[in-house]
Design a binder for this molecule. Structure first.
Ligand SMILES: Cc1cc2nc3c(=O)[nH]c(=O)nc-3n(C[C@H](O)[C@H](O)[C@H](O)COP(=O)(O)O)c2cc1C
Length: 325
C-alpha cells in the first residue's frame, strides 16, 4: 500500500503536489477541478497590494476632489480585499484539501491587515510572496532582507495558521535567509518564485515579455538549493517550485529534500490532468523501488546525505568541460 502523505509546514497533505499561486487558482470551480485531479493543496493567486493601489490611483486620477479620492481609495481596497476573502470562503466550501492564501505587499502594515482577514476567512495557511528586486545601488542589501524578516515577524504575531515564505533565487545567501526565517517563525519556504522575464524585440526595439512559463533548464537551481537548504537548515519544510514539469522532476525534488512541490507552468500547459498523470507515475516508480512512503526516500540526495556534497557547490564549468572543443 503506497502512502504519499506529507507534512508540509504543519499541513498534512494527501500527496506533495501543490498547485502554485497564479491565475490558475483565481476561481473556486477550477480549484475544485485540481482537487478532483488529485492535488494535495492549492495556493490562491496573490493579493497584490500594489495592484490595489494602482487601481485606486487610476480611479482617483480622474477625480479632482480629495475627499472623493480618499473615499475611492478606501472603496477600491475594500472591494478587492473582500473579493479575495470571498474566494477563500468559496474555495473552502467546495474543497477539502488545504487552501493556502497568498499576499504580496510592500508596506508592513498592509501585510498584517490582509493576513488577519485571510485567517478569519478560513485560509489554512498563508504564503508570503516576498520577492524584492534590488536595482538601487545605494540600497543596503541587508536592509531588504531585514524587511522580509520584519514582515514575517509582524504577520507571525497576527495569525496562528502556518506561514510559508516564497522567495526568489536572487537572494545572496539563501541558507542564511532560510535559517533566519525559520528562527522567526516561518513554517516552510517556497524555493523559488519566478520573476517576470523581460526580453527585447530587436525589430520594434521594445521590451517585450520573455518566456512566461518555465522550461527544464530552470529545474537545476531548484534542485541545487532544495538539496543544500534541506541538508543545512533543519526544522523547516521546503516546497520546491520552478521548472517542475513532469513526474520525474517531482521525484528529483523529493530526493533532494523537498516536502512538497508547486506546479504552475505544467498545469498551464497540460491542464489539471497532468496532476493525476504525475500521481500515477510517482506511485508506479515508488512501487518499482519498493517504497511505501515518501519518508523512505525524501532527502536521500540532500546536501547532508550525499557522499560528495561538493557536487551541489560546483559553480564553474571549466574543470568539467575543459577537454571539450
Ligand atoms: C501566469 C503566471 C502568474 C503567476 N502569478 C503568481 C502570483 O500571483 N503569485 C505568486 O506568488 N506567484 C505567481 N506566479 C509564479 C508561480 O506561482 C510559480 O512560482 C512560478 O511560475 C514557477 O513555477 P513553475 O515553474 O511551475 O511555473 C505566476 C506564474 C505565472 C506563470
Amino acid at each position: 500500500m503506497i502512502d504519499m502523505k506529507t507534512n508540509y509546514g504543519g499541513l498534512m497533505l494527501r500527496n506533495p503536489l501543490i498547485v502554485g499561486s497564479s491565475g490558475l487558482t483565481n476561481n473556486p470551480e477550477r480549484i475544485k477541478e485540481y482537487e478532483k485531479a488529485g492535488a494535495g493543496a492549492v495556493v490562491l493567486k496573490s493579493l497584490f497590494e500594489e495592484q490595489i493601489e494602482m487601481q485606486a490611483f487610476e480611479a482617483i486620477h480622474e477625480n479632482e476632489y480629495p475627499e472623493a479620492a480618499r473615499y475611492i481609495n478606501t472603496y477600491v481596497k475594500a472591494n478587492q480585499v473582500s473579493s479575495y476573502l470571498e474566494l477563500i470562503k468559496k474555495a473552502k466550501t467546495v474543497c477539502t484539501i488545504p487552501i493556502i492564501a497568498s499576499i504580496h505587499c510592500y508596506k508592513a502594515d498592509a501585510w498584517t491587515d490582509f493576513a488577519h482577514q485571510m485567517e478569519l476567512a478560513g485560509a489554512d495557511a498563508l504564503e508570503l510572496n516576498v520577492f524584492f528586486l534590488c536595482t538601487d545601488p545605494d540600497t543596503d542589501y541587508d536592509a531588504t532582507l531585514d524587511l522580509c524578516v520584519s514582515i514575517l515577524k509582524k504577520v507571525r504575531e497576527t495569525v496562528s495558521i502556518p506561514i510559508f515564505m516564497k522567495i526568489g533565487k536572487n537572494i545572496g545567501n539563501i541558507p542564511r535567509l532560510v535559517k533566519t526565517l525559520k528562527d522567526n517563525g516561518a513554517d516552510a519556504v517556497v524555493l523559488f518564485n519566478r520573476f517576470y522575464q523581460p526580453d527585447i524585440d530587436i525589430n520594434t526595439r521594445q521590451i517585450v515579455s520573455g518566456n512566461v512559463f518555465s522550461n527544464h533548464s530552470d529545474l537545476s537551481e531548484t534542485i541545487r538549493w532544495t538539496a543544500i537548504v534541506s541538508g543545512i537548515v533543519q526544522g523547516i519544510d521546503i516546497a520546491s517550485s520552478t521548472g517542475i514539469l513532469d513526474w520525474e522532476d517531482v521525484i528529483k525534488c523529493l530526493l533532494a529534500g523537498a516536502s512538497a512541490v508547486q506546479l504552475c507552468s505544467a498545469i498551464y500547459t497540460h491542464g489539471a490532468e497532468i496532476i493525476s498523470q504525475m500521481l500515477v507515475c510517482i506511485e508506479e516508480w515508488m512501487h518499482q523501488a519498493k517504497y511505501e512512503s515518501l519518508s523512505q526516500f525524501k532527502g536521500q540526495l540532500s546536501f547532508r546525505n550525499v557522499t560528495d556534497p561538493s557536487v551541489y557547490e560546483r559553480s564553474q564549468f571549466m574543470k568539467y568541460f575543459s577537454d571539450r572543443d
